[in-house]
Design a protein. Structure first.
Length: 403
């Protein structure tokens, strides 16, 4: 087997001098070095530039990033080095490049990640710190992690994003949080600025990462099923918190699984499925355009819109061609036709019904196919004259079929 033609090298702000011997030797033998201009400048301006032959081609990685893959592919047959920040496989370019080429074509020499450098600077236990890459993602990705006492380290796209981060935390009620802003971490221009989010001022340079000690009275999401109804915008078409908690428990999301949420309404079932684990995905089917738009806004507010597909249309007509599901929830539009269609998918199935007609369908389906039939009847205390009494909600009949 021939040696890989491509080497991915992680480089820090200390440039070539901070690279291990294997990385320096590989860089010296390269016929082509491809990297963002900032990294090429580190190589060109480094005191050890003599280790890079004068004839080496230096190719800036283009923007958008995806355009660089075709350029890189055209370099097959030459000794190519791609430079990336720190550890290229932790919120970096490494995994994208690795997916684009065969395993025999590339090798990697990672460096120290900015997360490790930041944790070492502050004395934080990295295993107890949430690390996020926000250099190409919205601030809403932070939403599920916002809780007093939590520690986060995030990368940002540029210096201007520091004020955006502070503004987002303030808007969410966490303006008391302490921000440790780190520019050019690990290099000769290394600078640390510490202040509260609601007192953030000044300008910052790229590359930048921020360590956050979260503090404030903002609303935190629960780590259990059954989020507060208030976090979802709705027109009243929503599976309420207690029933939603039971429904998610029956659906039993697992890492990497995909859900069909049929009859999305506010999208609460699909959104809680996505909040359950960072690798879950979902498709929600909603026939009304206004509700589909509201689901999209809810997903954006919770920072999970990148893992949600919204299909406007009525099931079962729109089910064909969707990404295969591991579990299906039906919360609206129940009919024999729809029930037969989702049964044909032969995956875990949970169906909720509130009408007598829907109950009859589920009772017949359970008699034929088995599974668990459950009636959920809830009552809430409410004023009754000068005293209080129980107000009953419409009972929900739930059919769960595990496969």
């Amino acid at each position: 087997m021939s040696d890989p033609w491509l080497t991915i090298i992680g480089i820090g702000e200390d440039g070539v001098a901070g690279l291990g011997q294997a990385s320096q030797d590989t860089l010296a033998a390269a016929e082509v070095i491809m990297a963002p201009q900032r990294h090429l400048d580190l190589v060109v301006n480094d005191a050890l530039t003599t280790s890079v032959p004068a004839g080496t081609d230096l190719i800036p990685w283009p923007v958008p990033f995806a355009d660089g893959i075709a350029i890189l592919a055209s370099l097959r047959g030459q000794k190519v080095v791609v430079l990336a920040s720190g550890d290229p496989f932790w919120f970096g370019a490494g995994s994208v490049i690795a997916r684009s080429f065969g395993p025999s074509e590339w090798t990697a020499l990672p460096g120290v990640s900015c997360f490790s450098l930041a944790a070492a600077r502050l004395g934080w236990a990295l295993e107890k710190t949430t690390c996020l890459g926000l250099h190409a993602a919205p601030m809403t990705r932070l939403r599920r992690h916002l809780a007093p006492g939590a520690q986060l380290i995030v990368t940002l796209r540029d210096g201007d994003a520091v004020s955006e981060l502070a503004g987002y935390l303030i808007a969410q009620g966490f303006g008391d949080s302490t921000l440790h802003v780190m520019e050019h971490l690990g290099g000769p221009q290394d600078r640390l600025t510490t202040c509260r989010a609601d007192a953030m001022a000044g300008s910052f340079e790229h590359p930048v990462c921020v360590a956050i000690n979260l503090s404030g009275k903002g609303t935190s999401l629960t780590v259990a099923t059954g989020q507060d109804d208030a976090i979802f915008q709705s027109d009243g078409q929503i599976t309420k918190r207690p029933v939603r908690a039971i429904t998610l428990s029956t659906l039993a999301p697992k890492p990497g699984e995909h859900l069909w949420d049929v009859g999305g309404g506010s999208g609460s079932i699909a959104l809680e499925w996505l909040l359950a684990h960072p690798t879950t995905t979902a498709t929600t089917i909603e026939p009304r355009a206004d509700r589909a738009s509201r689901i999209r806004k809810n997903a954006e507010q919770l920072g999970v819109e990148n893992r949600l597909t919204i299909v406007e249309g009525a099931a079962p007509n729109v089910l064909e061609g969707l990404q295969a599901a591991h579990a299906i929830f039906v919360g609206g539009g129940l009919s024999w036709e729809l029930l037969n269609a989702v049964l044909n998918a032969k995956v875990r199935l949970v169906v909720n019904a509130v009408t007598l007609e829907g109950e009859a369908l589920l009772a017949a389906a359970q008699a034929e196919h088995g599974g668990e039939l459950m009636r959920i009847a809830l009552s809430h205390a409410s004023p009754l004259g000068q005293k209080r009494g129980w107000t009953s909600a419409y009972p929900v009949v739930q059919w769960g079929l595990q496969r």
